[in-house]
Design a protein around this ligand. Sequence first.
Ligand SMILES: [Fe+2]
Length: 234
Amino acid sequence: MVHISQLILGDTGCVSYVVVCKKKRECAIIDSFEGFEEDIHEELKRLGFPIVKYVIDTHTHADRKSASSYFAGENGLDGVVKSEMTKYKGKKINTKDGDILKIGNAELEVLYTPGHTYDHNCYLVEGNLLSGDCLFIGDVGRIDLGGDPREKTEMLYNSLRKLEKLPGETKVYPNHVGAVHAIDSEDTFSTISKEMKNNEALQVKDIKKFYTYMTDGWPAKPDSWEEIIAYNLK
Ligand SMILES: [Fe+2]
C-alpha cells in the first residue's frame, strides 16, 4: 500500500508531498519549493532514503518558486514530470490524461485538470487524489493569474465535474491549506464526498454562475506572480 507524506511548509500554507511504496522503496516528490528543500530531505531520511523515481509538478506555480528541477537533478532523473501542456523550457517528462507512472507497486494516474492553469494535472494513487490547486478544502484554485479568465473558468468547471466522478471516499490532498490561503477549514485533507457536500464551488452547476463565482471578490494576487511564473517556466 502506498504511503503519502504531507509536508506543510512552515506557516506558508503550501504543501509538498512524498508518495512512497515502502515495499519496493521507491518514491515520488510532488510540488517541492525553493527554501523548503530541507523538509523534503528530512522526510526522505525519515523514510529510509527510498529511491526517488519521479519528481512531479501539479502545475506552474504563481506564488512560490519550484524546487522540482533541483530535485530532478539531484536524483539524476530525465526531467520533471509535468502536463504536456506546460510551456516549461527545462528538462521534462510530458504526461497526458490517463498516463500511469509506476512508483514501486503503486500506480499513479495522471488526471489532466486544467482551469487554475492551462497545464494543471491532478494525480490519483490508490484512492488518494493529489489535487494541486484544482480542488482545495472548501474552495478551488483561482483562474485570474494569466490567460483568459473565461476560458479557464470553463476548463475548471469541466475539471471539477471530472473529479466529482471519483469515488466519494477518495482522499483529497491539496497544494494549499489554511487561513493564509483564505481557506476556512483547519483540516489538511478531505474527501470527494465531503467536498461535494461542503465546497461552495462544487455547488454551482451553471457555467454562467460559476464565472461570477470565480471572478467575484478574490483576494489580492500574490506578490511578483508574473515573475514567479516566468522563473518556474525557465
Ligand atoms: Fe497554483
